[in-house]
Design a protein around this ligand. Structure first.
Ligand code: 13P
Length: 249
């Protein structure tokens, strides 16, 4: 049975004190979750939040890592540094990184490899923009994102990946993909994984939905057979809402 998961992506929100307060509230309220729970925080929060989460079932993710191992790359944070904080996951391929920081499938391939080499489990995001959905080429877009950054991995390494389908037109817009739209894409992604790695790997692959997923619509999305959980932005910043989404999974 594949892992069900609710993961939060705080993005560039919460200063350190606010982040520590939110992590503490989550730790105090998440005891025996029926799914894996992950919070993705800004780099500077990682070490403090890792301390807070000791003994908690909540795992910690970075929101990014460098595409180089170490050296003269001012301002970058390596996968090794992320791992040294106690974080165990790394969100990669988020559309905001692709769009605003020009991360290509090739750059993301490097990041995935460095994350894995340092023992981090990537939460790898794919998804089409609005124009691509309107032109009905979302499948091609997602396929090339997977092929370009992940499908070179060995089966062993691929099994460490959590996928997240995040249609870009649904992120932070309040426009959620309908449960049927999400299910269609998740089933398609699973079929691609099956073609590349076989049915058993595909059945074990966790595929999250992200994009205006909140405490009101999560249960309906999670009811779909290929939607294994959510990658939550805005609603992950409010403990009450994030806890309700965890309860819906
Ligand atoms: P929102 O939930 O705010 O739409 O963000 C989704 C997201 O981008 C998670 O990575």
């Amino acid at each position: 049975m594949r892992t069900k998961m609710v993961a939060g992506n705080w993005k560039m929100n919460k200063n350190l004190q606010e982040g520590v307060a939110l992590a503490t509230e989550l730790k105090n309220n998440v005891h025996n979750p029926s799914c894996a729970v992950v919070i993705g925080t800004p780099f500077i929060h990682l070490a403090s939040v890792a301390e807070i989460l000791k003994g908690s079932p909540i795992a910690l993710a970075a929101e990014n890592c460098a595409d180089k191992a170490s050296g003269a790359f001012t301002g970058e944070v390596s996968a090794e540094m992320v791992a040294s904080t106690g974080a165990t996951y790394c969100i990669l391929g988020h559309s905001e990184r692709r769009q605003y920081y020009h991360e290509t499938t090739e750059i993301l391939k490097e990041k995935v490899e460095l994350a894995l080499a340092n023992g981090l489990k990537p939460i790898f995001c794919v998804g089409e923009i609005k124009d691509e959905r309107e032109a009905n080429c979302q499948n091609e877009v997602v396929k090339s994102q997977l092929e370009g950054s992940l499908f070179h991995l060995s089966e062993d390494d691929f099994r460490k990946i959590t996928l997240a389908y995040e249609p870009v037109w649904a992120i932070g817009t309040g426009l959620t993909a309908t449960p049927d739209q999400a299910e269609q894409m998740h089933a398609y992604i699973r079929s691609l994984v099956a073609e590349r790695y076989g049915k058993a790997v595909a059945e074990d692959t966790t595929i999250l939905y992200g994009g205006s997923c909140n405490d009101k619509n999560a249960a309906e999305l999670f009811a779909k057979p290929d939607v294994d959980g959510g990658l939550i932005g805005g609603a992950a910043l409010v403990a009450e809402k994030f806890l309700a989404i965890i309860a819906a999974r």
